[in-house]
Design a protein around this ligand. Sequence first.
Ligand SMILES: *Cc1c(COP(=O)(O)O)cnc(C)c1O
Length: 218
Amino acid sequence: MFNSEKYQSVLAQVSKYQARLVVVSKTQPIESLKAAHAAGVRVMAENRVQELLSRYEALPKDIEWHLIGHLQTNKVKYIAPFVACIHSVDSLGLLQEINKRATQHQRVIPCLLQMHIAEEESKFGLNLTELEDLLQNPVLKTLSHVKIIGLMGMGTLTEDREKTHSEFRFLKQCYDRVRSMYHGQIFEWRELSMGMSGDFDLALAEGSTMVRVGSLLF
Ligand SMILES: *Cc1c(COP(=O)(O)O)cnc(C)c1O
C-alpha cells in the first residue's frame, strides 16, 4: 500500500533541495495509485508503455505521467497525446519519431537524454561521446515539437555508496558540460533526473533536480 507518511518525509527532503519527486508507480496495484493520488501525488512514472497507457486511463486526469523505461519507436504514438516527460531518449531516430507524433497532436514533448553511467552492461543509454554526437547533429535544429530539457541516469545496483556517488558526480559533470555548450531552440536545460529509493539522498547532494522513487513509498 502507499505509505503517505514516508511520502511526506521524502517530499520534505526533496523540497529542501528544490528538486522534484517523481513517484514511480510501476508494478503497484491500481488501488495503491489511487491512494497516492488521494495523498496528493500528481507526478507518476511508469517504465512500460502499456502500463503507462492503462494507468493514465484509469486515474484522474490531473496526474502528470512520465515514462522512465526504454521506449521503442513504434510505441511512441500511444503516449504522444498525453505524456508529460520522457526520461529515456537515447537515439536520434527516437527523438525524430517523438517530434513527428508530438506535431500531430500539436504538442511539444519534454525529453531527457538517458546516459549509461552504471557498471552493468546495458543496451540502453548513451556514453559521453554518443551524447555529444547526438547533440551536434544538425537534424536537431529541425525538430520543433520536442524540447531536450536534461539528462537521466541510473547508478550501478550496488551496496557500495561511494561507487554510486561517483557515478552521480560524473553524470552531473556531463550535465554541466552539455548545458554550457549546447544552446538553441531545441534545448531548455533544466533537469537532471537521478536517484531512486536506495540512493536519492546521494543524488540530491550531487545536484539532482528530479528523483524517481518507487519501492520506498509503497
Ligand atoms: C524502477 C525504476 C525506478 C524506481 O526504483 P525504486 O528502487 O523502486 O525506487 C527509477 N528509475 C527507473 C528508470 C526505474 O526503472
